[in-house]
Design a protein. Structure first.
Length: 188
């Protein structure tokens, strides 16, 4: 949902007055996630469609959202293809699990580093992610931008500043309850 909400917020923002978007959805078609063979087939079809867009459309640059694991591998291929077609690349890593990938093996660490180095701009969700990616990639500071949260919260009905009879604020958190989803930050 994070990717979808961030994409919708961006596409519905005033920047769309200056940008023509071509969207390519890579969200899972079901949960639990499909079998690996199905996921690979869908990824293959997306990469082919992506390459066709780069080749046939007047695309100046790409904005790529990525999660960890297979998502990062697929989106990394998209970064390399965009560079091959001489397009500007803005990469937006959106998963706390990417750090696990970096620490899991030298090959994954090298791959993440290569993807970062082939991106023109890396959008980071916090200063700590910026430091991690900067230390890994050895890129200049000007290649990183921190955007904490670009969701348009005006779309969500909440009463800012209203007095409640019960001082206890109740929140429904719909997502995986683990550190990677930020529940600890919400509680803080």
């Amino acid at each position: 949902m994070d990717f979808y909400a961030a994409c919708r917020s961006l596409i519905n923002s005033p920047i769309s007055n200056y940008v023509n978007w071509y969207t390519l959805d890579s969200t899972f078609e079901s949960y639990p996630v499909p079998a690996l063979q199905r996921r690979l087939w869908l990824a293959f079809k997306r990469v082919i469609k992506y390459a066709e867009l780069l080749y046939s459309k007047k695309v100046d640059g790409v904005l790529i959202f990525t999660s960890a694991h297979y998502s990062f591998f697929e989106k990394g291929l998209m970064v390399f293809l965009a560079r091959l077609f001489n397009k500007k690349v803005v990469l937006s890593p959106r998963s706390g699990l990417i750090e696990n990938d970096i620490n899991r093996s030298l090959i994954r660490r090298w791959y993440v580093k290569s993807v970062l180095q082939n991106s023109h701009i890396i959008l980071c969700q916090s200063e700590s992610w910026k430091r991690l990616f900067k230390d890994l990639s050895k890129l200049d500071d000007n290649r990183f931008t921190v955007i904490y949260n670009w969701l348009d919260v005006s779309n969500y009905p909440y009463n800012n500043g209203m007095q409640h009879k019960n001082p206890l604020f109740k929140i429904l958190f719909m997502g995986w309850i683990n550190d990677n989803k930020g529940i600890d930050i919400l509680v803080e």
